[in-house]
Design a protein around this ligand. Structure first.
Ligand SMILES: [Fe+2]
Length: 321
C-alpha cells in the first residue's frame, strides 16, 4: 500500500467554491472612492462600469459591487486581508479629512484594524495569515453576519443539506456562530446576538457553486427562489429552518454556476505603494497570492477519510449505480 505522504482532505472543498462579491449600494462615488480606493488601498475594476452609476472594486480575487443609490449597510462586517496594517492605517489617516462629517471611522485593535465606511459598513482588516486565511496577502476570507439567538444550528444545517457544503457551529469569546465553507479558506459566518437587528435593506453577496441545479431544486421545492436571473444564475434570500420553514435570517445570495461567463475572470489589483514621487517601473500590478508550502506530512501518516458533504454524496451515488 502506498505511503500516505499528504493530508489530501486538507484540500477538500464543499459544493460552494468561491465567495466573489458583496454588493452594497452607495450614494456618492467620490466618497466611496476615497474610502475603498485611497483608504483601503483597493483597485477600481478598470473594465466594468467605468461611469458613475456603479463601481466594482477588486480585492484580490473578490470584489465589492457599489451601485449608485441610497446607502445599504450589511448587518455584520466583512473580513479582509491586506498586505500591511501599518500602511493601511497611514492611508486611512490620509483620507480622514475628506471623509469628515460621514460615518467613517478606523480603530487599531491587537490583530486587526476596524474600519467603517462613510455610510456605516464595517470591515475588519488583517495581515496575511496562511494558516487562517490561506496563501493570500489581499482578499476577502469571510463575511460575518449578526443573526438572532438560537439560529446558528439551523443555518449551518441549511447550508449543509441544501448546498452540500461543510458548515458547523463554533463558540468563542464573541459568541456562538455557524461557519459555512464558501471557498478555499473562505467562510460565511453567522454569529448569534441578543441585540435587536436592523431591518434587512436588500444588500447581497455572490457565490459560485459547482453543483448548480441540486441546490436550486431544493430551494425551488420550498418556494425560496426569488429570481431566475439567467441560465447561469439564480437568487434566494431567506435561510430557513428545514423542519418548520421558519425564516432564520435574510441575506440575498446571488448563486452562480462555475460555467458563468464571469467565473475565473482575472481581477486587476494595483500596487497601492506606487505614486508619482517614488515610482517603480514595472511595479504597478499587485500579486495577491503568497507562495504555498508542499504541506508534506512528517512523519507520513494514514490519510483521514474524506468528510465533506459533497464527497459523501458522490460516494453514495457511486454505491447506488
Ligand atoms: Fe451581485
Amino acid at each position: 500500500m502506498a505511503q500516505k505522504l499528504y493530508d489530501r482532505t486538507a484540500e477538500d472543498l464543499g459544493n460552494v467554491v468561491g465567495l466573489e462579491h458583496v454588493n452594497v449600494t452607495i450614494p456618492d462615488q467620490g466618497l466611496a472612492s476615497e474610502f475603498y480606493l485611497s483608504g483601503l488601498g483597493l483597485t477600481r475594476d478598470p473594465y466594468m462600469f467605468p461611469g458613475t452609476n456603479n463601481m466594482w472594486v477588486n480585492v484580490g480575487n473578490s470584489q465589492f459591487h457599489l451601485p449608485s443609490r441610497g446607502p445599504q449597510v450589511l448587518r455584520g462586517h466583512v473580513g479582509l486581508v491586506v498586505p500591511s496594517l501599518e500602511e493601511l492605517c497611514e492611508r486611512l489617516n490620509e483620507v480622514k479629512p475628506q471623509l469628515a462629517d460621514t460615518k467613517f471611522d478606523c480603530k487599531r485593535h491587537n490583530r486587526y484594524v476596524e474600519a467603517t465606511c462613510p455610510w456605516g459598513n464595517k470591515f475588519r482588516l488583517y495581515e496575511p495569515d496562511i494558516e487562517r486565511f490561506g496563501a493570500i496577502n489581499l482578499g476577502m476570507p469571510y463575511v460575518e453576519f449578526t443573526v438572532p439567538e438560537g439560529t446558528a444550528e439551523g443555518i449551518a444545517r441549511f447550508y449543509r443539506e441544501l448546498f452540500y457544503t461543510p458548515a458547523q457551529v463554533k463558540e468563542n469569546g464573541e459568541g456562538r456562530a455557524a461557519h459555512v465553507c464558501v471557498g478555499p479558506r473562505q467562510e460565511l459566518i453567522f454569529r448569534e446576538t441578543d441585540r435587536k437587528l436592523p431591518e434587512y435593506d436588500g444588500h447581497h453577496l455572490q457565490v459560485y457553486v459547482q453543483e448548480f441545479s441540486g441546490p436550486h431544486d431544493e430551494l425551488d421545492k420550498r418556494g425560496l427562489v426569488t429570481e431566475e436571473s439567467d441560465q447561469y444564475q439564480y437568487r434566494f434570500q431567506d435561510i430557513v429552518c428545514l423542519d418548520t420553514g421558519k425564516c432564520l435570517f435574510t441575506i440575498e445570495h446571488e448563486v452562480r454556476s462555475c460555467t458563468h461567463p464571469l467565473h475565473n475572470r482575472k481581477m486587476v489589483n494595483r500596487n497601492p505603494h506606487q505614486n508619482n514621487r517614488h515610482y517603480r517601473l514595472g511595479a504597478d500590478e499587485w500579486d495577491w497570492t503568497l507562495p504555498r508550502s508542499t504541506q508534506r506530512l512528517d512523519p507520513p501518516q494514514p490519510a483521514p477519510e474524506p468528510t465533506t458533504p459533497l464527497a459523501r454524496r458522490r460516494a453514495a451515488r457511486m454505491a447506488a449505480v
